[in-house]
Design a binder for this molecule. Structure first.
Ligand SMILES: Cc1ncc(COP(=O)(O)O)c(C=O)c1O
Length: 412
């Protein structure tokens, strides 16, 4: 007989975290059903056309078979990623690159290849929220180092980072350029992470999903360029943001560490392969990315200027100019970001428009943090972004939980 207890979903399943970004979607759908135009600033879905070569390759795919790809990736695609890396001054052997189903799968492989259940991976928060979900799936603990808005979400002192290293720590996982912060670590910061990793014998997992989207300073920086720890660094990469191709589900994991790459290959064999047609479609743009990525960085820089320019004039909002990626993360004069985001969708209208934003607390694992922070994704055209900023300012004035100096109070 099957008992209730045996058919209870696993603790891992029960504790799996819903995406904080997607949980407001039903409210947005309801607003849209009422005819409201919702400006989406909540999700990192690029609005820019993919490179023409991607469309051409997909159209040219003739079949008649649509086979599995090899687990490590199609050899031509592995070589295209190696060419891409060579273009930024990084050399990898053929067995040091593995094609994945997006950066998400690279992250899962990297975490599972470095940490056993119960081990810890250090992250710097606010951080990409899905790291928490991947850690839960791998039964790995996240050990958070909290970054401060007043430091522009740059790294704290080495001594502060080191207080979080425990006997169970296996890796430092970091994102530069950052999501949700847009912060780009300096070369010195990468050296600091490298020093900590070397001193405590840890892996470095560098999520460089937004590598080319840098507005000030070096555009092709990578943690892999720090020679002292190149043998313990694992790169997480993807075509999703740099080529505006989130739906392709193509990424890669690259490392000189044999044990990690052998493990990643075995994980990859269990899931058989990454998408065949989409992998092949990325070959031309991986071989020659600059015409696309240079323009992309310029488009996002102009949008950053629109959003940052507007927010920095909002009384009570604390914002700093992000150096990269396509997000602006700011401290708002509000009681609670999630309540504000829900209210924008359910109660507030500027004419027949509103905005959807991502509440900041979802980017922290430490309870209570991020309540006043909001992430805005610059994935709309400049004129639309400018309008969305007007709506947001109007909303701040009207929001009942606002401590905005210019707020209209009902009894006025
Ligand atoms: C920092 C970061 N890493 C990884 C990913 C996941 O990328 P992919 O779409 O390639 O799975 C994202 C997506 O938003 C991201 O922001």
């Amino acid at each position: 007989m099957v008992t209730d207890q045996r058919t209870t979903a696993s603790r891992r399943a029960r504790e799996a975290l819903p995406s904080p970004i997607r949980k407001l979607t039903p409210l947005a759908e309801r607003a849209k059903a009422e005819g409201v135009h919702v400006h989406h600033l909540n999700i990192g879905q690029p609005d820019l056309p993919i490179p023409q070569s991607v469309i051409d390759s997909i159209r040219a795919f003739g079949g008649p078979l649509l086979p599995y790809a090899p687990s490590q990736g199609i050899s031509e695609v592995i070589d295209a990623w190696r060419d891409y890396y060579a273009g930024i001054g990084l050399r990898f052997e053929r067995n040091e690159v593995l094609v994945t189903a997006g950066g998400s799968e690279s992250l899962q492989f990297a975490m599972m290849a470095v940490a056993d259940p119960g081990d810890e991976i250090m992250v710097f928060e606010p951080t990409y929220a899905n790291y928490f979900g991947f850690a839960k799936m791998a039964s790995v603990e996240i050990s958070p180092v909290v970054l401060r808005a007043e430091d522009g979400y740059h790294l704290p002192k080495v001594s502060e980072i080191e207080t979080h290293v425990t006997p169970r720590t296996r890796a430092l996982l970091f994102t530069t350029p950052g999501n949700p912060t847009g912060t780009v670590y300096s070369y010195r910061e990468l050296e600091i992470l490298s020093e900590v990793a070397a001193r405590h014998d840890l892996f470095l997992i560098a999520d460089e999903t937004y590598r080319e989207i840098v507005f000030e300073g070096a555009r092709n920086m990578s943690a892999m360029k720090i020679d002292a720890t190149a043998d313990r660094t694992i790169l997480v990469d993807t075509v999703s943001k740099r080529f505006s191709a989130t739906g392709a589900r193509v990424g890669c994991i690259a490392s000189h560490h044999r044990g990690v790459m052998d493990g990643a290959l075995r994980f990859a064999q269990a899931r058989l392969s990454a998408p065949t047609v989409e992998q092949l479609a990325m070959v031309p743009v991986l071989r020659d990315p600059r015409p696309y990525t240079d323009r992309l960085a310029e488009v996002y820089r102009r949008r950053r200027d629109v959003v940052y320019g507007a927010l920095s004039k909002f009384p009570g909002v604390r914002v700093r100019r992000p150096e990269g990626a396509f997000y602006v993360f700011a401290v708002f004069p509000i009681d609670d970001g999630e309540r504000f985001a829900s209210w924008l969708l359910s109660d507030f209208r500027s004419g027949s428009e509103t905005v959807m934003v991502a509440p900041g607390d979802g980017f922290y694992s430490t309870p209570g943090l991020g309540k006043q922070e909001i992430r805005l994704a610059c994935v709309l055209e400049e004129t639309v972004l400018a309008r969305a900023m007007e709506i947001l300012e109007e909303a701040l004035r009207a929001y009942p939980g606002s401590i905005y100096p210019g707020r209209k109070v009902q009894s006025e």
